[in-house]
Ligand binder design. Sequence first.
Ligand SMILES: *[C@@H]1O[C@H](CO)[C@@H](O)[C@H](O)[C@H]1NC(C)=O
Ligand SMILES: *[C@@H]1O[C@H](CO)[C@@H](O)[C@H](O)[C@H]1NC(C)=O
Ligand SMILES: *[C@@H]1O[C@H](CO)[C@@H](O)[C@H](O)[C@H]1NC(C)=O
Ligand SMILES: *[C@@H]1O[C@H](CO)[C@@H](O)[C@H](O)[C@H]1NC(C)=O
Ligand SMILES: *[C@@H]1O[C@H](CO)[C@@H](O)[C@H](O)[C@H]1NC(C)=O
Ligand SMILES: *[C@@H]1O[C@H](CO)[C@@H](O)[C@H](O)[C@H]1NC(C)=O
Ligand SMILES: *[C@@H]1O[C@H](CO)[C@@H](O)[C@H](O)[C@H]1NC(C)=O
Length: 481
Amino acid sequence: MRLNDVVLLTSLAVGHVLGQSCPSYSSYSQSRNPPLSSGAYKLAYQRPSPECRTFNSTLIEDAINKTKSAIFDPDLSRLFENTFPNTLDTAIKWRGVAANNSEEELAFVITGDIDAMWIRDSANQIAPYKTVLKKKTDDIASVFRGTINMQARYLIISPYCNAFQPPPESNIPPAQNGGIYSVTPSYDRNVVFTCNFELDDFGGFLQLSHDYYNATGDLDFFGKFQWIQAVQSILATSEEMRQPTYGPDGKWIPPVYTFQSQTMTGSGTLGNNGIGSPVNETGLVRSPFRPSDDSATFDFQIPANMMLSRYLESTSDIMERLPNAPKGLAQRMRDMAKEIREAINQWGIVTAPNGKKIFAYEVDGFGGQNLMDDANVPSLLSAPFLGYLDKNDTVYQNTRAFVLSRRNPWWCEGPFLKAIGSPHIRPGAAWPMSSIIRAMTSDDDAEIISAVKEVLSTTDGYGLVHESVDSFDTTNWTRQW
Ligand SMILES: *[C@@H]1O[C@H](CO)[C@@H](O)[C@H](O)[C@H]1NC(C)=O
Ligand SMILES: *[C@@H]1O[C@H](CO)[C@@H](O)[C@H](O)[C@H]1NC(C)=O
Ligand SMILES: *[C@@H]1O[C@H](CO)[C@@H](O)[C@H](O)[C@H]1NC(C)=O
Ligand SMILES: *[C@@H]1O[C@H](CO)[C@@H](O)[C@H](O)[C@H]1NC(C)=O
Ligand SMILES: *[C@@H]1O[C@H](CO)[C@@H](O)[C@H](O)[C@H]1NC(C)=O
Ligand SMILES: *[C@@H]1O[C@H](CO)[C@@H](O)[C@H](O)[C@H]1NC(C)=O
Ligand SMILES: *[C@@H]1O[C@H](CO)[C@@H](O)[C@H](O)[C@H]1NC(C)=O
């Protein structure tokens, strides 16, 4: 046992005696808490004690019990037990109903170590529970509805922003964000935490909507609250973000969205006084920021456009069936989905230095292309996971071979991990998340086993998945979970 474990156990014991104070998960997860698993990696047990969990679900506990008994390896079993319920255990900061509609459930889902709700993060934090969600009366169904309603409100108020403050209904004071920003359109700091425009927020909202509908068939939900208006806001904003930098006559069209901040990192602000690099008319939608919250090199990010196209198409089926949806709205969703897919085929497929046709990570429509992949989802590697294309698609297979090799500038290869990293941390810091996506996009048992082993063997005993791990030194990682 390490010194910090002892210190934390002592403070927990005190907390228990007092019977009320729960440590923040950031501090709780700094220790390798007992009992350790009986396998080679001796992984800690990292679930908070029951009274400190933020949501209890019998369905999830049941799924954990069943899955644990089906996993032979005690370490893998422990890793699953720790990570699967983590959002429910730690991140459901508040649940309630809207002040002006007592039927409208709301959930404020914080993004791990920061007390603000990211649209993309919250969608992906909840998404794994679709595997147990069956009916709208399931305990977990309310968390889906609350998250979707909360996101819908945010997407209507400030569709250009990515992270938000607690709703007034929660009486939780807004989180401090001392950053110095100059952003258009302007926003209310009591509502918005950060305003990086990231296209995958739209994909995340639509994906979660699709997941909930697909599992429960609960159509009524989508017609009752603000879902239709949120989709309208997404369509209108996407149209604005498709505008090229120059009109047909060559005249500059000032962009609707600009972002500048005072920062030490180049990826924390946009170049050209906050307007980013010029883009051509392509039909693609700009994403000045990536799913890592880093600024883009070229604004047409292909993975985020894939995700938007796929989920506009899927959720157009919901819109189609809503009696109160404006006429033509479902068709508009389908049209945009199709236009984006065509634009990806026209502008997003490029010739790699090895002569193969691959998807670029980012393009600008002028010939500018960024050949790389970032571990954060949506990524090129995740395209079949997003349901955008089939695993065996030829361009995808070429792209996969490219991004899982040293031709990808963000490939981090070492004795412990061979995985994709991200400019968000540094070269050499591999992200286990990309090993997970690798396993989920493969049919090859050997590849799946080795990817899962990478995740299992690089937790440094914490039994949680780190953000990044040095591919040469598993004790050098970022974020406990
Ligand atoms: C979850 O259940 C525990 C008892 O096992 C209880 O102490 C805790 O308050 C519950 N959490 C919530 C959010 O209801
Ligand atoms: C899961 O297993 C634990 C420990 O064996 C048990 O206490 C709990 O009741 C089980 N939960 C469900 C929902 O089956
Ligand atoms: C309810 O309140 C929300 C946010 O405070 C607002 O966006 C929405 O338009 C209101 N709905 C109605 C039906 O008044
Ligand atoms: C959910 O998805 C499955 C598989 O694609 C499909 O068979 C089913 O009809 C879908 N359910 C609903 C309600 O859309
Ligand atoms: C810019 O887009 C226009 C319209 O799509 C196209 O005709 C033109 O060739 C593009 N420019 C370059 C440099 O590809
Ligand atoms: C890809 O896989 C699907 C389903 O497994 C199959 O129907 C299709 O023919 C395959 N396509 C190619 C190009 O091999
Ligand atoms: C992790 O590795 C980086 C790069 O080599 C180094 O700068 C940093 O100090 C290391 N951190 C720890 C905790 O060892």
